[in-house]
Design a binder for this molecule. Structure first.
Ligand SMILES: Nc1ncnc2c1ncn2[C@@H]1O[C@H](COP(=O)(O)OP(=O)(O)OP(=O)(O)O)[C@@H](O)[C@H]1O
Ligand SMILES: [Mg+2]
Length: 288
């Protein structure tokens, strides 16, 4: 059974007003436990609206969200439980830091769950390790940190709740390439070592290619494509027609093929590119 599922999920903003927008239209997605899912789509395609349904923050206009097979709006208790079982980290989460120290900020979620101090401390420590937050930051004000550091503290705050499903809405937005790679690696390590299910919304095809086991593509409020990294990025024309792209390395290999070089085009990461270039090199008689 999928851990998380939506059934004909539809959501309308501003119903009955001139600003009515159907942000989600009959969305059916199904996520298995332990998957690392990348969610992509043009701006305004409904990614954030969809993510906010998955922990019960928004209530469907029609359709359902099922967590472990149960409707998260079946009862008040089920909705409350969903808030803890599905941890959602918003776009630009650093704007929501407000405590006087980094420690208190990371501890805020676990404290809200009613845990004791020892357990809170352990969870803060564990989350801080995943985000490489140094122990000497713990007593600092989060406002004394850089933008990328603040982002890591905010993500740690959600991880410290140890949700079964972690959702990150554009965790690398606005960071430089090195900051982006770092956070992507940290999230990947977190998912693989805890076995948690992780959903990451991203505008960067390169980031998605580097961590996702599966990709969901949103377009105009609908889930139009889904599959493995291979299955999705193979459909270049479809992606381009939706204003999306493929990873930069894939583009290079597509160009090479178009210019007559016999190369694979299912290349999405640096490691795959290196392997394919070495294969070509040796095939053409190169020696090490
Ligand atoms: N609070 C709101 N009130 C009214 N309309 C909204 C609201 N939030 C989003 N929308 C509209 O709903 C649609 C989907 O928006 P959403 O923010 O879910 O898209 P997105 O894919 O997350 O976009 P982005 O990539 O820019 O973050 C858009 O047309 C948007 O203008
Ligand atoms: Mg968004």
């Amino acid at each position: 059974m999928p851990i998380l599922e939506t059934q004909n999920l539809t959501y309308v903003y501003g119903e009955g007003t001139p600003f009515r927008i159907e942000a989600l239209k009959n969305v059916n997605i199904s996520i298995e436990k332990g998957e690392l899912v990348g969610v992509i789509g043009h701006t305004g395609s409904g990614k954030s609206t969809l993510m906010q349904h998955l922990n019960g923050l928004l209530k469907p206009t029609s359709g359902k969200v099922l967590l472990g097979g149960e409707d998260i709006h079946a009862s008040k208790e089920a909705t409350r439980a969903a808030r803890f079982r599905v941890g959602l980290c918003f776009q630009y989460p650093e704007y929501q830091l407000f405590e006087s120290t980094v420690y208190k900020d990371i501890a805020f979620g676990p404290r809200n769950m009613g845990l004791n101090e020892t357990e809170i401390r352990e969870r803060v420590q564990r989350a801080a390790e995943f985000l490489e937050i140094r122990s000497d930051w713990m007593d600092k004000s989060p406002f004394d940190l850089s933008g990328g550091e603040k982002r890591r503290v905010a993500i740690a705050g959600v991880m410290a709740m140890q949700p079964e499903i972690l959702i990150l809405d554009e965790p690398t937005a606005g960071l430089d390439p090195r900051g982006r790679d770092r956070i992507t690696d940290m999230i990947c390590k977190y998912g693989l070592s805890t076995g948690s299910t992780v959903l990451v919304v991203s505008h960067s095809m390169d980031d998605v290619a580097s961590f996702a086991s599966r990709i969901l593509v949103m377009d105009h409020g609908q889930n139009v494509l889904g599959g493995t990294v291979d299955e999705v990025f193979r459909q270049v024309d479809k992606l381009v027609s939706m204003g999306l792209d493929v990873p930069q390395l894939t583009k290079i290999f597509l160009r090479l093929q178009a210019s007559g070089v016999s190369v694979r085009t299912d290349i999405y990461t640096l490691a795959q590119a290196k392997r394919e270039l070495l294969r070509l090199f040796f095939e053409k008689g190169g020696t090490a």
